[in-house]
Design a protein around this ligand. Structure first.
Ligand code: G4P
Length: 289
């Protein structure tokens, strides 16, 4: 990632503030639901979260699963399960998987509900903090799960002002992350993958370079989808030459017969983001080693 992006978007002070705010609310929540982007389940996480939430039960929502490779999503779910973490695929745009989330979180916290009952705290709802890096779909998720109840933001006595609580049903209340949770911006690959998905603005990046890197990634993990979409005969050329070939196929030619690679790059990224190339997951369970 360009150092520009770090300067524009990343201020270490933000994370320190968020960390403090999360630590303040930890004692009153029962679990954390982390939303990640199913297309990039590693890069769309906050690197400090595990350390901040310590032993609070964690659940993972693989959001935007409508755009991810279903076979890879299934492997990720299995992977988290093996780590003792409940994970569900969700598509917040249509609401698919939201019901599963409600069920799974109550399953995960069944002991807690039992404890509340045993202590006579009948009717005490489970309180779950929802976290996620910007653009991962947190607002869409909260609005979707709140459904017709209409997102009800409340301030609770004894809790820092401004915290947004949403009542889902008698057994479940959600707290929106107090603060902004950042990805691991200092890692170039992470920045690049976030840029592929559009989570980071293009304006601060070299669009052609980004497209070339995307081609490199697709060449490795989804060669067939790439050749099919752009009618390419082979992927043996250098990624930049492949970008030229893609542009040419789409008639993006400028004076002198050269390919308009900038236009081709914008088009390629847009098509990737709109799932026109296919359902693609750029991070595999084995990358997690
Ligand atoms: P945030 O609060 O975490 O920052 O993210 P937000 O909900 O604003 O979602 C960011 C973008 O991701 C939005 O698109 C939203 O519609 C989209 N999105 C969220 N969940 C899903 C999902 O499960 N599948 C798909 N395909 N998209 C999802 P946008 O382009 O910013 O806005 P719009 O297209 O909704 O107008």
């Amino acid at each position: 990632m360009s150092s520009e992006m770090q300067h524009i978007q990343w201020f270490p002070g933000h994370m320190t503030k968020t960390r403090r705010k999360i630590e303040e609310v930890l004692p009153i929540i029962d679990a954390v639901a982390e939303i990640v982007d199913a297309r990039i389940p590693l890069s769309s996480r906050n690197p400090d979260l595990a350390d901040i939430i310590k032993d609070k039960p964690l659940m993972i929502l693989l959001n935007k699963c409508d755009m991810a490779d279903p076979a890879q999503t299934a492997l990720w779910i299995e992977h988290y399960k093996n780590q003792g973490i409940a994970a569900v695929p969700v598509d917040c745009k249509t609401g698919k998987g939201i019901g599963n989330f409600k069920e799974k979180i109550k399953d995960t916290l069944a002991d807690k509900l039992e404890q509340y009952r045993a202590k006579g705290m009948v009717g005490k709802p489970l309180r779950v903090m929802v976290v996620g890096i910007p653009n991962v779909g947190k607002s869409t998720f909260i609005n979707r799960i709140a459904g017709n109840n209409k997102a009800k933001a409340e301030n609770r006595p004894g809790v820092t002002r401004g915290n947004q609580w949403v009542t889902i049903d008698k057994q479940l209340e959600l707290l929106d992350t107090p603060g902004v949770l950042w990805p691991k911006f200092e890692d170039q690959t992470v920045g690049e993958r976030l840029a592929f998905t559009g989570a980071v603005k293009d304006a601060v990046l070299d669009i052609e370079l980004l497209a070339v890197r995307l081609i490199e990634n697709l060449k490795e993990s989804y060669p067939q989808l790439l050749t099919d979409r752009y009618n390419l005969t082979s992927l043996e050329d250098e990624p930049y030459d492949i970008l030229c070939a893609i542009g040419k196929k789409r008639g993006m030619v400028i004076r002198g017969g050269q390919t308009d690679t900038e236009r081709a790059a914008v088009m390629l990224l847009e098509e990737y983001r709109n799932c026109k190339i296919g359902r693609i997951t750029l991070e595999r369970v084995c990358d997690n080693a």
